[in-house]
Ligand binder design. Structure first.
Ligand code: ADP
Length: 193
């Protein structure tokens, strides 16, 4: 599924983030940047030890922030390591932090003249963020960014499995629906007496 946002494209695919050939792929990292499971484990396995060598020099990363390294043996020349929030109960700024994580990743891409970037579904694995809510936040944050920043030409979400893909596809369809017309609702003239 692919939509146009201004001059840029936003694409959803089902697949493996480590296989993407965009200039950058985003890692769903943890705050140590020293390795983990899920996306992080897959990226370090596929990309080899040079990524970790750079990560060790970065001094970790706070939730909501993102830092860049080389892509090592990956097809993508860069990895942007982004740390999403751990989901507790939805009352600990998780939604704001998740939006910030996507925004910061895109800012880091822009600062490095990266024009094409792939994201996984950050925080929806080990970090436990409900995926339908996370999908809306992820997509609306990216759409807002692309509307005001023309430098990034392609943002691809790489969803792991059909279920995750369907959740993101439904969320994107909802977000792309034209807004309801702003006509005044018809006045109800009947009066009870
Ligand atoms: P987090 O700790 O931020 O929750 P995880 O890596 O545990 O990150 O999971 C994030 C999401 O990425 C999950 O929905 C998971 O199914 C998905 N995922 C796991 N491996 C891959 C992969 N190789 N490519 C793309 N997505 C993946």
């Amino acid at each position: 599924m692919r939509v146009r946002i201004g001059e840029s494209e936003l694409e959803l695919v089902e697949g493996d983030i480590t296989e993407q050939t965009t200039e950058a792929i985003v890692n769903a990292a943890n705050r140590t940047l020293l390795g983990g499971g899920g996306v992080d484990g897959a990226i370090h396995r596929a990309g080899g030890p040079r990524i970790m060598e750079e990560c060790r020099k970065l001094g970790g990363c706070n939730p909501g922030d993102a830092k860049i390294t080389i892509g090592g043996n990956l097809a993508a020349p860069y990895v942007i390591h982004a740390v999403g929030p751990v989901y507790r109960d939805g009352k600990h700024h998780e939604a704001d932090l998740l939006a910030k994580t996507y925004r910061r990743s895109l800012e880091v891409a822009s600062e490095n003249n990266i024009e094409t970037i792939s994201f996984p579904s950050i925080s929806t694995g080990a970090y436990g963020f409900p995926i339908d809510q996370a999908a809306r936040i992820a997509l609306s944050t990216v759409i807002d960014y692309l509307k005001s920043n023309q430098d990034i030409r392609l943002v691809r979400f790489v969803l792991y499995g059909r279920k995750a893909f369907d959740v993101y596809a439904n969320a994107l369809e909802e977000l792309m629906k034209p807004p309801a017309t702003e006509e005044e609702p018809e006045q109800v003239s009947e009066q009870a007496d």
